[in-house]
Design a binder for this molecule. Structure first.
Ligand code: C5P
Length: 222
């Protein structure tokens, strides 16, 4: 193996992707954002006009959709069937529909198999909801990132302002809570902390502090 498997899970907007990218950079590992894969299928579902409760149609779509990543200085660009969707998959309609798509058994089966394949040789930092519990149960490093919902809404709000999106703070907080509820209560591989995961509460930590806390856990395993 060329390096460890590092799994980073946690609720929405806990800062997973921000720190995962930096950790990957620090160790020369590949970064993989599994949420982007669920978002890609959700975007395609919406664009195809498929209803969110059509499990069969969405499963078929997941099985026939090519999702690829290209690393760049900001982390990674995302492509669906060769077309770039890096920005499109972050739109509000996708964000608010993705939990429904991610609850479909065959969608999860398909995407988690692809994720396990991507990670099989190690040297990877993979973030998501079920990486430590389901996708990479033998990952050498498992991190569970949490933060208060008020803090997470605030972070999302600031990110949005930079992108020119003006959703009110209280609305963002409700959206985050609704998504966490759905992700934690679905039947298949719900969001939960793996028994052997190290929990880090990022509420009052800087990005740098979170990255060095994770680096410490990794260095202990090297
Ligand atoms: O991480 P991100 O917020 O982009 O994830 C979007 C959604 O994708 C989550 O709310 C969840 O419904 C789904 N997801 C998942 N399992 C993962 C990663 C994401 O169910 N491993």
């Amino acid at each position: 193996k060329n390096g460890l498997q590092v799994a980073i899970d946690g609720p929405a907007s806990a800062g997973k992707s921000t720190v995962a990218k930096l950790v990957a950079k620090q160790f020369g590992y590949v970064y993989c954002d599994t949420g982007a894969m669920y978002r890609a299928i959700t975007l395609k579902t919406i664009e195809a006009g498929i209803s969110l409760d059509s499990d069969t149609k969405i499963s078929k779509l997941a099985m026939t959709t090519k999702i690829s990543f290209e690393p760049d200085e900001n982390g990674q660009r995302v492509f669906v069937d060769g077309k770039e969707v890096t920005e499109d998959i972050r739109q509000e309609d996708v964000t608010n529909s993705v939990s429904a798509v991610a609850a479909i058994a065959n969608v999860r089966q398909e995407l988690s198999a692809r994720q396990a394949e991507i990670a099989k040789d190690g040297g990877i930092v993979m973030d998501g909801r079920d990486i430590g519990t389901t996708v990479l149960p033998n990952a050498e490093v498992k991190i569970f990132l949490i933060a208060s919902v008020a803090e997470r809404a605030q972070r999302r709000y600031k990110e949005n302002i930079q992108k020119g999106i003006n959703t009110p703070l209280d609305e963002l907080q409700l959206e985050i809570e609704a998504r966490d509820y759905k992700d934690s209560h679905r039947k298949i591989s719900p969001l939960t902390k793996a028994k052997d995961a190290v929990e880090i509460d990022t509420t009052s930590l800087s990005i740098k502090e979170v990255v060095s806390a994770i680096a410490k856990v990794i260095n202990n395993q090297l």
